[in-house]
Write a protein that binds this ligand. Structure first.
Ligand code: HH2
Length: 281
């Protein structure tokens, strides 16, 4: 069965076991896995091209790191990083997402024609809901406990699955009541955002339950600490194979979109997985 995600200029389809791939381009000096690599405009654009060649369906551009402990940056600083890159990539005719929690950055990015607003704050800012509502953009609504500066200081839940699900259900209600159609929205459990390894694993094992919310599910675990903890691997660049394992698992659990750094490796693993799992091949 095919599903679709309406995102700005695009209607993107996915099906069970065949998620879309969102390639990550961090235009930041301090992101946890690739900080400093793509903060020059040319380097960011070259990387974006490479991710498309590797099979990315959507490109996600971030101008502020959200790694645990990351300091917040100003609107102007974030926009200075994003603007020249977004201006160019929207002209390529591919789906472009902006990863920001600031309403003003969302507004400016929509003005350039981006297709998706990816908000790690889950559109809790009333202004962000307004901006989304007045556009045709797709939305990624993520759960986070705390804020990046303090979120890993002892995250606690009574029942992590119930609490994350309750939050996402409530945000979906607010957005749909504001007039954003459900087909534009993806929910995201927010792996690593105010969660211990145990919380992350419990959530991953409950992924299928989140499909019941009625929106596609985006999964972002690429190179994250949870992969490092499972592997005993400190260096994010050495977490590629572990991340691909998690991506394939998430695909089997109904993920609609996988947000990844390593598009080619993930694409190839999914292609082989699908060829073997599908009776028609
Ligand atoms: N994770 C990161 C950033 N944005 N957005 C969504 N929807 N889901 C995620 O899991 C997610 C996200 C953190 O990863 P990364 O962008 O690689 O690092 P940094 O925040 O340090 O730039």
């Amino acid at each position: 069965m095919q599903y679709s995600w309406k995102a700005g200029r695009f209607d993107l389809s996915f099906s069970l076991g065949r998620p879309l791939l969102m390639g990550i381009v961090n235009v930041t000096p301090d992101s946890f896995s690739d900080g400093g690599c793509f903060c020059q405009v040319d380097a960011a654009l070259m990387h974006a091209r490479q991710l498309l060649d590797d099979g990315a369906d959507v490109l996600d551009f971030g101008g502020e790191s959200t790694r645990p402990g990351a300091p917040s940056v100003s609107v102007e600083q974030e926009w200075q990083r994003l603007e020249p890159v977004l201006r160019e990539v929207v002209s390529w005719g591919v789906p472009v997402s902006v990863d920001t929690k600031k309403t003003e950055v969302m507004r400016r990015a929509l003005g350039l024609g981006v297709d998706v607003l990816n908000d790690v704050n889950g559109f809790q800012d009333e202004g962000a809901v307004q901006v989304l509502k007045e556009s045709h953009a797709g939305a990624v609504v993520m759960h986070m406990q705390g804020q990046p500066a303090n979120m890993q200081n002892n995250p606690e839940y009574v029942d992590v699955v119930q609490e994350v699900q309750g939050f996402l259900r409530a945000r979906l209600k607010v957005l749909t009541e504001a007039g954003v159609s459900q087909g534009r929205i993806l929910v995201d459990l927010g792996f690593g955002f105010g969660k211990t390894l145990e919380h992350n694993v419990t959530l991953m094992q409950a992924l299928l339950q989140f499909a019941g919310l009625g929106a596609g599910v985006l999964v972002g675990v690429s190179r994250k600490r949870m992969i490092g903890e499972l592997l005993g691997q400190q260096n994010p660049a050495e977490r590629v194979h572990g991340s691909v394992g998690a991506a394939v698992f998430a695909a089997t659990q109904g993920a609609a979109v996988l947000r990844v750094h390593d598009v080619r490796a993930t694409r190839e693993a999914l292609t082989v997985f699908h060829a073997l799992a599908s009776p028609s091949v």
